[in-house]
Design a protein around this ligand. Sequence first.
Ligand code: NAD
Ligand code: GLY
Length: 359
Amino acid sequence: MRQRIDVGGSHGYPLFLGVPIEELGGYLEERYGARGHYLIITNTLVADLYADKLMNGLKQFRTELIAVPDSEEEKSLNRISKLTEQALRCRADRDTMVLALGGGVIGDLAGFFASIFMRGIRYIHIPTTLLAQIDSSIGGKVAVNHPSGKNLLGSFYPPQAVWTDFSTLDTLPWKEIQNGLAETIKHALVSDPNLFDFIESHTEEIKCADFKVMKELAMRSLAVKVKIVSEDEKEKGQRILLNLGHSFGHALETDEAYKGVTHGQGVSIGLAAASSLAHARGLMTDSQLDRIINLLTKLDLPTSIESRDPEILLNHMSADKKNKAGNKILVLPVGIGKSSVATDCEDEEIVKAWKKVIK
Ligand code: NAD
Ligand code: GLY
């Protein structure tokens, strides 16, 4: 069933859910007219799977496709520079619209490119991973990584629309579904205990990628994100809670120069570390901590990592965007379904939490 949800903020935009990729062209014609220049930015893997479908619906427009290599390492300034050259070769101008076709890497990269090319051109997200559909395509955060820190160079730059075709999940491998599940569990822990119960009671269906269950999971998870970012677009308040697990996770990603653990794996280990710190502070009971670790484990998500130096990881956390005046700001779960911001975490406490997840 198709659905439209409007995301609020300085520049609200529609999320179209359950819509076929090939029908985007019809929407563009109706919304922006019969003429237009569209620049599809995707990666080589997603291009093979979905570019024809998308382009078939765009025949009335001048359309070009740029496929970048498939890797988190491509979220870089170097790639932004190459995209600029390619876009100019395609005679892109200020009226060109970018169509970001892919997962969170492509969404963040193409969105950031759109935010700075000729001082900003319009773009639309076409998310094709669970993670992108429930999280990264919503909320207007776009960025590239820097060797010193994850997503350090970026903007708040809302899209014109998000066009979500859930059937793209049919080709998504289980390990990529898992990356999205880490963010759905984060959403549940941040503000939706019923979503946590739902995931807990449907692990078998989720592991078989039962379409009905996956769709309900996606709808409930993205609703958490829509509500929070609509109320706090620029992360002045509660949006910070959506970074639960990310201070730890980003440190792991940075440590391996974005070639090691995936974002979702980092978030999963980060959720385990943040939960352990919260437990040590008395913010959750033994059984609540067990429930979180058990759920991650049941979904084959990692809750630990081998042979890391906690001091080095602590040092990576110094470049976290949430930090203020040299203090590390951490999001901690309070039981299940509520989270809080801790501004007073001592380095020793954080190192202890790292030691709990390093085997
Ligand atoms: P990804 O974009 O690398 O996609 C994962 C893999 O799935 C890639 O190999 C991709 O080619 C492949 N793929 C994509 N769609 C497919 C499909 N339908 N079928 C088969 N394969 C497909 O990773 P991701 O997990 O989607 O996103 C992670 C990124 O998102 C990270 O860079 C993270 O920082 C970012 N992120 C951003 C936000 C935000 O608010 N902007 C939020 C969360 C995460
Ligand atoms: N992924 C965190 C946020 O969008 O705010």
